[in-house]
Design a protein around this ligand. Structure first.
Ligand SMILES: NC(=O)c1ccc[n+]([C@@H]2O[C@H](COP(=O)([O-])OP(=O)(O)OC[C@H]3O[C@@H](n4cnc5c(N)ncnc54)[C@H](O)[C@@H]3O)[C@@H](O)[C@H]2O)c1
Length: 257
């Protein structure tokens, strides 16, 4: 059911081998998809190229999601190389370091704007750019990655929580707009995982311990478990699911005291 053979996918958000987007890329490739991967800056290009060497005939392109021009260029590249698109995974997020260590009340206008632009608006801009390519295939699946810090306070998650709230709301509005074109838009809300992005949040390892103590499954989750859930949403298995925030967090979200 989670077969992706013959499908073409765009994955934005691979930084290194720990990236959740890389786990999704590997799972999608194993399910038969041909992939395009991107990098936001030359500094990360080499990492992405090295990882992509293990994929079958990938398309590689730059894309800083804060740049409308780079997004347009990426869509043109995908059209030329794939002639359409079946799925798009959005795993880009960023907030300035200060905003993830100082009290939230001290968030600057600039940090707020950057975090919301890169981590939330980029889903809207990229989805708009690839929608005509998804339409060419009779529809498709868009998936983004979020965190429960959108709804509850996690120390130092701060403006990223606000950005995730905007991202999750964008999922619902995009799902409504694009559903008539058979384009589904969903998010996975993953439990805490040690990645590059997570390392930017002060005191992150103490969050991991809380999952081990309090989540119903008494453990955290890993990248491969998020990737397996992603396959469901990207493939025909998830064909009736849209506008959904799927919790893949060992059940952490159901707990009160
Ligand atoms: N790690 C966790 O605990 C966790 C939990 C829930 C959700 N998430 C979300 O999962 C997604 C992937 O994060 P990750 O944990 O795999 O870390 P990661 O650091 O591997 O991925 C974040 C990605 O965002 C990209 N990015 C940042 N600025 C960009 C820009 N301007 N243009 C294009 N790309 C840009 C980075 O290059 C990187 O590839 C993020 O949205 C993150 O918030 C992570």
């Amino acid at each position: 059911m989670s077969d992706l053979s013959g499908k073409h996918g765009l994955i934005v958000g691979v930084a290194n081998k720990r990236s959740i987007s890389w786990a999704i890329a590997q799972a999608a490739a194993a399910a038969g998809a041909r992939l395009a991967l991107t990098w936001p800056s030359e500094r990360l290009a080499e990492n992405v190229r090295e990882l992509a060497a293990s994929l079958e005939n990938p398309v590689l392109a730059p894309c800083d999601v804060g740049s409308d021009q780079q997004i347009a260029d990426l869509a043109a590249t995908l059209d030329r190389e794939f002639g359409g698109l079946d799925f798009f995974v959005h795993g880009a997020a960023f907030a300035p370091a200060d905003a993830l260590s100082k009290p939230f009340v001290e968030t600057t206008r600039d940090a707020f704007r950057t975090a919301l632009d890169v981590s939330a608006y980029s889903l809207v801009a990229l989805t708009r750019a690839v929608a005509p390519l998804l339409e060419k295939r009779g529809g498709g699946s868009v998936l983004t990655l979020t965190y429960i810090g959108s709804q509850r306070v996690f120390t130092n998650y701060n403006v990223m929580g606000v950005a995730k709230a905007a991202l999750e709301s964008s999922v619902r509005y995009l799902a409504s707009d694009l559903g008539p074109k058979n384009i589904r838009v969903n998010a996975i809300s993953a439990g805490a995982i040690k990645t590059l992005a997570a390392a930017g949040i002060s005191g992150f390892s103490s969050i991991l311990n809380v999952y081990r103590e309090r989540a119903p499954l008494r453990r955290g989750v890993d990248q491969s478990e998020v990737a397996d859930a992603a396959l469901f949403l990207l493939s025909n298995a998830g064909r009736a699911v849209t506008g959904e925030i799927l919790m893949v967090d060992a059940g952490f979200h159901v707990m009160g005291l």
